[in-house]
Write a protein that binds this ligand. Structure first.
Ligand code: URA
Length: 190
């Protein structure tokens, strides 16, 4: 049976595929338009996301919303998901075993969405999606094509909150994403 969004979400919400299930409050499945042509992928839920069950709702999420707005996008026009769906304790990086246990959900989300553009937010997502040895400092903003999907990575919004010196590069990367959206998706991206 092919997946439906509803069935996939119901199944995912019950996942106990790794030890993060023991400490989570909510599974953070994903958010946005199920018809979006652009998929943004973060690392994993933080405290606020774990509490609310929605990705990118804390400080980094507010900055992500501002970044989307700068290029004429918003949550209703894109889809946002994470590499791991449950919060790693103390916001540590998700372990490779946790990523491996979880990545199947994102694969199935991607298969349903069939996005034209994937934007990885930060190193963890870029290494899981684009290339294992991806270097975010030297390769952010570069484009990669796989199975007809255009992929890029930008600095994680939390990194931009910590280090404002990364913001000018990200501004350039966002403009390139906007150009790619216009080229491939028309003006709205949906
Ligand atoms: N950081 C992430 O990578 N994902 C979220 O959902 C929130 C913060």
């Amino acid at each position: 049976m092919p997946d439906t969004w509803e069935a996939l979400k119901t199944e995912c919400m019950q996942c106990r595929g790794c030890e993060l299930a023991e400490t989570r409050t909510h599974v953070v499945f994903g958010d946005g338009a199920e018809t979006a042509e652009i998929l943004f992928i973060g690392e994993g839920p933080g405290q606020h996301e774990d509490e609310q069950g929605v990705p990118f709702v804390g400080k980094a999420g507010q900055l992500l919303d501002d970044m989307l707005e700068m290029i004429g996008l918003d949550r209703a026009k894109v889809y946002v998901a994470n590499i791991v769906k449950c919060r790693p304790p103390q916001n540590r990086d998700p372990l490779s075993t946790e990523q491996e246990a979880c990545i199947g959900w994102l694969r199935r989300q991607t298969a349903l969405l069939r996005p034209k553009i994937i934007v990885c937010l930060g190193r963890i997502a870029a290494q899981a999606i684009i290339r294992e040895d991806f270097k975010i400092t030297s390769e952010h903003g570069q484009w990669f094509a796989r199975n007809g999907v255009q992929m890029t990575a930008i600095y994680h919004p939390a990194a931009l909150l910590r280090d404002v010196n990364k913001r000018p590069d990200t501004f350039e990367d966002l403009k390139a994403i906007q150009a790619k959206v216009r080229e491939l998706c028309g003006h709205t991206g949906v």
